[in-house]
Design a protein around this ligand. Sequence first.
Ligand SMILES: N[C@@H](CCC(=O)N[C@@H](CS)C(=O)NCC(=O)O)C(=O)O
Length: 260
Amino acid sequence: MTGCAAGVGGLCIHASPICIPLPRHVLATDVSSIISHTGGTTMLKLYGFAVSNYFNMVKHALLEKGVEFEEITVFPDQSAEYLAKSPMGKVPCIETEQGFLCETTVILDYLESTFPQKPLLPEGAWEQAKVRELVKVSELYIELSGRRLLPALLAGAPVSEGVQKEVREVMTKGLRAVDTLASYSPFLLGEQQTLADIVLRYSLGVAKLGAGSVLKWDLFEGHAELKAWDERMAQNPICQQLDAAMQAQFDEFLKKVNAK
Ligand SMILES: N[C@@H](CCC(=O)N[C@@H](CS)C(=O)NCC(=O)O)C(=O)O
């Protein structure tokens, strides 16, 4: 698939990493696609799928750090087998020599402590807390708001005026908070790319898609610096690699969602 071929609801979804809660009937583990990034030895495993923005946050960090890992394509799954790995049945999760770990920001913190090369957190307790502050704002007020619109976007599910209003209000405050916290010079918190850049980048993917398609709202309106930062991030070769993988899987994913 190239360019904007994967339009949804008239909106171009090119370079918009998203992730969608799947209906039960498509929540099947698919280990047919196993992509190895390892040198052949026992390595960390990353479970998830390329359309998932949370999966892409973790994969981005691994690639940025040059950590060798094995990628196992799975979709959210409530089977006992998958719940033993990821107790909420969500993706992503990772498998280490010590066991399984889920929840994206927890995984990102674990990776940071375990693989200190190419740090994605600055030195200093205060500086690290400021990164985590932006990560939290991105997830709670931007990603999770955008996610509420995905069923409408993908399945044409009705979304009440009340929900639309609430999503817009929360996202507006979230974007304002990001502008308050970020320096955009050139990364969110200075010269070093941090976990905040990674988490906000893939959170915005969902938010842009939902806001544009369902609310007919360009959420970059009045946020020129954020827009410029988002465009800079899109030039990052890792973002480009993950966006391409998302595009490549998107049609298959939509078919799964719509197969009833
Ligand atoms: N809080 C979780 C959220 C992960 C998440 O929502 N993943 C989506 C795919 S992008 C999922 O598994 N959805 C299925 C579900 O919610 O049951 C995390 O941080 O990892």
